[in-house]
Design a protein around this ligand. Structure first.
Ligand SMILES: [Mg+2]
Ligand SMILES: [Zn+2]
Length: 192
């Protein structure tokens, strides 16, 4: 079985600019390509799991999200990072303006379905894997999937939690809190 680092995208890999939709707004955060390379060399699958309410709001379609992701991954590789192993996103939102996406889905974090799906697709043992995110909902999704969790302070860590149908379980805390993805990787490599 493989080990994985599940990665939230906005606020972890790229600057969270709130509903990223334009290529010119992509900003890879400092140290990210090199850190991903380090995790890749250590044998971790690198699997991005991202809520993308831009689709529910109609500012980008699913193909557009994939095109933007390709540009992000190209920039990461140009800066010396590895190819990422998978990209999973939830296009839904309980208050979507696009009716087709206005559903109580199973994939939107804090639910763990994206991690579980990615784990099935990539033969990943969740108990030896990690989730890195900037929001508490990333941490809750990771914990619900059975992963160890890290919260980084490069994004929305101080913002109010995203809107969810059910109240968040306030007893769930990150396994580690640190400045950024590089610090998260140091902790992950120490644990494993
Ligand atoms: Mg985020
Ligand atoms: Zn969803």
């Amino acid at each position: 079985m493989n080990r994985a680092v599940f990665l939230d995208r906005d606020g972890v890999l790229v600057r969270d600019v709130h509903l990223l939709a334009r290529p010119e707004d992509i900003e890879i955060l400092p140290g990210v390509p090199g850190t991903l390379a380090q995790l890749h060399r250590a044998g971790f699958k690198l699997l991005v799991v991202s809520n993308q309410p831009v689709v529910a709001r109609g500012s980008l379609d699913e193909a557009g999200v994939r095109r933007l992701q390709k540009l992000i991954e190209d920039q990461i590789q140009l800066a010396g990072g590895p190819a990422l192993d998978g990209f999973y996103f939830c296009p839904h939102h309980p208050k979507a303006t696009v009716p087709a996406y206005r559903v109580m889905c199973e994939c939107r974090k804090p639910r763990p379905l994206m991690l579980q799906q990615a784990a099935r697709d990539h033969g990943v043992n969740l108990a030896s894997s990690f989730m890195v995110g900037d929001r508490i909902t990333d941490v809750i999704a990771g914990a619900a999937a059975g992963c160890r969790t890290v919260q980084v302070e490069t994004g929305m860590h101080l913002a109010p939690p995203i809107e969810t149908e059910q109240p968040l379980d306030s007893s769930i805390k990150p396994g580690h809190v640190c400045a950024d993805l590089s610090a998260a990787a140091r902790w992950i490599l120490e644990q494993s």
